[in-house]
Design a protein around this ligand. Structure first.
Ligand SMILES: Cc1cc2nc3c(=O)[nH]c(=O)nc-3n(C[C@H](O)[C@H](O)[C@H](O)COP(=O)(O)OP(=O)(O)OC[C@H]3O[C@@H](n4cnc5c(N)ncnc54)[C@H](O)[C@@H]3O)c2cc1C
Length: 686
């Protein structure tokens, strides 16, 4: 007798990034579903919107007018989708200009000195402007402080205006820096920009490295325009048996006791579960019987409409060519509502053409109609203290059969849409499955990954004692550290002088030399290091772990694992571990590390490389001395956004000394330091 199960019928309403991600996750084979994607428009993608354009020389181009850039640090869900679908991406160039017709100021950030002091503008003689430049780093510092103090940035109702008042920022700074930045990033009216909640905004800016002059992650575009990835999702959906209907606006959605009724022009359809991935006011209009929470929360999340024009009218670019940037904010002299920003798509997408293709938001009255190639109506979420408060209530709206998604669940960006689509699918019990971070993505793009870690020190003999601390660590691809010790994605520097014998320029050289001394040649293979970076002239790493593979792919068990130990007296020793498949090894102790232990005994080490699927890190070192004393140290960690300041090394050095004093006060017997540590034998491998 054979049994067949009916697939769970899932409908996804809306095919922006939120709906596409939800549909993609829902249609994974392990979920046993049949997915129907319903889109009102006659194309898929929502704000992912690419136009076919032929330039004057006859060259075919694909130009975006909606979603443009992402990066490999703060778009993990989108990247996972791209990686699984093999979506090609390429480097972009992010810079921003600000032109104010009333005051005549034109300047640009991220274009170097010429953007700040463009020739012919006289900016260098403008005292208000020079003061504003000094206010920028002060603003970054104060914003970071506000964030550090806020336990929950989304719950802090302080507006940007109140924040700037308190810091006595000049009106010039507000007009020529703050308002343009917020208006351009969130496509909102500059006159309402200062009503945005400060901490919520700063959390976004900080996350994207924008609360500092340097440190923003490199930005990228999808090669061939964002339609490339939309088509790839659609192909994957069709491949898994999903049904895709465009030109199919959903009219109503009603949750019943047994499922969800969806009405379209084709009639009434029954589903087991539905994801509504439209904008909030569209979602509320769809709900046949909205609950009071759905009405209150969705009704408190406003969007503002914007017309986008794809055109070639270069008059929308700033007057001073030195300030021509990828994003160009302009404030016209005439009083008008809404944002006016022009994206240089030729520059952003690195289009192979001599024509400058531009997308202008809010410039209908300014762009020469003869140059317009396409016109679109988009809408962006507006953030106010009350909309941010409503956003926090969004999880209340979902049930086991109905879940909501859309970029409005986060900061309004593509990653927010993708993340919300994943969450909505998960809420309905549908899982993505498979590896979380395909190794090639992490490997290709991020050379230094920040880890949030917990460190535990425990001793049982001769006295019982336990310390536990939250700390930070980097896992660094040593071949992607540049000549100055910098690694993409990292903060601080990773220098040869801070590792091994300290006499090589790069850490990799020091490591290769150490391995060569043990008859190992792993040059050309992958080498990862877990360590603190050098920052503020300080670098102290009590323990550094290096994992080395024979090839660049670096999969599976490392060919060598090296643990470097540094003591606070300036002594160093490196142990080559003979690890088993779990990363376990035993090695004789060879360096006087703490005043409470001699150099007798051995270490039991567990040091596997970071988990290739989850990225998690787990290290453990147990010291067993000849007199029976036991000391255990363990570190667990997972990838996390980088801290604002790389202080872990400084803090670690201070804590070690504080621990020493605390243990000494508890009369833990002190072991004399050997007269000449350097005469000790190198740790042998067991
Ligand atoms: C000009 C512009 C530039 C941007 N640049 C960037 C950028 O560089 N980087 C970045 O990260 N983000 C950017 N964004 C923001 C980001 O692209 C969007 O926030 C995100 O794509 C929104 O995704 P979404 O799925 O929430 O909504 P949308 O993409 O708006 O999708 C909603 C979909 O629902 C459909 N729909 C609505 N009602 C119904 C119905 N009744 N039945 C069926 N379907 C319905 C709509 O037709 C639409 O396709 C930009 C946005 C714009 C407009």
């Amino acid at each position: 007798m054979s049994t067949t199960t009916t697939p769970r019928r899932i409908a996804v309403v809306g095919s922006g990034v939120a709906g596409l991600t939800a549909a993609y996750v829902a249609s994974r084979p392990a979920n046993g579903t049949h997915v129907t994607l319903l889109e009102a428009d006659d194309r898929l993608g929502g704000h992912a919107d690419t136009h076919d354009v032929t330039d004057p020389t006859g060259r075919a181009l694909r130009i975006d007018s909606g979603f443009i850039v992402h990066n490999r640090r703060t778009y993990p869900v989108l990247l996972r989708l791209f990686a699984e679908l093999g979506v090609p991406t390429q480097e972009s160039e992010m810079s921003m200009s600000i032109s104010d017709e009333a005051t005549g100021l034109e300047w640009a950030g991220a274009l170097g000195r010429r953007g700040v002091f463009p020739s012919g503008t006289g900016n260098h003689r403008n005292p208000a402007y020079l003061r504003m430049l000094r206010e920028v780093p002060r603003f970054h510092r104060r914003a970071r402080r506000l964030l550090e103090a806020a336990t929950d940035p989304a719950a802090d109702p302080t507006t940007l205006a109140a924040f700037l008042d308190e810091g006595r920022f000049s009106p010039y700074f507000r007009r020529h820096f703050m308002e343009p930045l917020v208006a351009a990033v969130w496509s909102c009216d500059p006159d309402t920009a200062l009503d945005y909640p400060a901490a919520y905004l700063f959390a976004f800016l900080s996350h994207h490295g924008m609360l500092q002059v340097f440190g923003s992650p490199p930005w990228r575009t999808v090669t061939g325009g964002s339609r490339t990835y939309v088509d790839a999702v659609a192909a994957a959906l069709r491949g898994s048996g999903a049904e895709i209907r465009t030109g199919a606006p959903v009219v109503s959605v009603k949750e019943t006791t047994g499922g969800v009724e969806v009405r379209t022009a084709a009639g009434l359809e029954e589903y087991d579960a539905v994801v509504i991935a439209t904008h909030p006011e569209q979602a509320i209009a769809l709900l046949a019987e909205p609950t009071s929470a759905q009405r209150e929360v969705l009704g408190a999340l406003p969007y503002s409409p914007n017309t986008a024009l794809l055109h070639t009218d270069e008059r929308l670019m700033p007057g001073a060519t030195d300030t021509h940037a990828s994003w160009n904010f302009r404030r016209p002299a005439a009083d008008r509502a809404g944002v006016l920003v022009t994206y240089d798509m030729t520059r952003l997408q690195r289009l192979p053409t001599g024509t400058r293709y531009l997308v202008t938001l809010g410039g209908e009255d300014l762009v020469d109609p003869a140059t317009v190639i396409a016109r679109r109506e988009y809408a962006h979420p507006l953030y106010t203290p009350s909309s941010v408060a409503a956003q926090r209530r969004l999880p209340e709206l979902d049930s086991d059969r109905l879940a909501f998604a859309g970029a409005y669940h986060g900061w309004g960006f593509h990653e927010d849409g993708a993340r919300s689509g994943l969450k909505a699918a998960e809420r309905l019990g549908l899982l993505w499955g498979g590896p979380v971070a395909p190794a090639n993505v992490v490997r290709d793009e991020v050379a230094a990954t920040s880890y949030r870690t917990t460190l535990v020190h425990q001793r049982r003999e001769p006295i019982a004692n336990r310390f536990e601390h939250r700390t930070r660590l980097w896992v660094v691809d040593l071949d992607r550290v540049d000549a100055h010790g910098r690694a993409p994605g990292g903060r601080g520097r990773f220098l040869g002088r801070d590792h091994f014998d300290g006499d090589t320029d790069s850490v990799r050289e020091g490591l290769d030399r150490f391995l060569a001394a043990h008859d190992l040649d792993l040059r050309g293979g992958r080498a990862l290091m877990a360590a603190h970076s050098r920052a503020f002239g300080q670098c102290f790493n009590p323990i550094t772990v290096h994992w080395c593979w024979k090839d660049r792919d670096g999969r599976g068990r490392p060919a060598a694992t090296v643990v470097e130990v540094h003591n606070t007296y300036g002594g160093r020793h490196s142990y080559l571990l003979d690890t088993d498949e779990h990363g376990r090894a035993v090695v004789d102790k060879a360096l006087y590390v703490s005043p409470f232990h001699g150099t007798d005994g051995h270490y039991e080490v567990i040091a596997p490389p970071p988990d290739p699927t989850t990225g998690r890190l787990r290290l453990a070192v147990g010291l067993r001395t000849d007199d029976g004393a036991r000391f255990d140290a363990g570190l667990t960690g997972e990838p996390a956004p980088a801290p604002l300041l790389p202080l872990a090394s400084l803090r670690g050095a201070a804590l070690i000394r504080a621990h020493g004093i605390a243990l000494w006060l508890r009369r833990l017997p002190v072991q004399p330091r050997p007269a000449d540590e350097r005469s000790l034998q190198e740790g042998s491998i067991r």
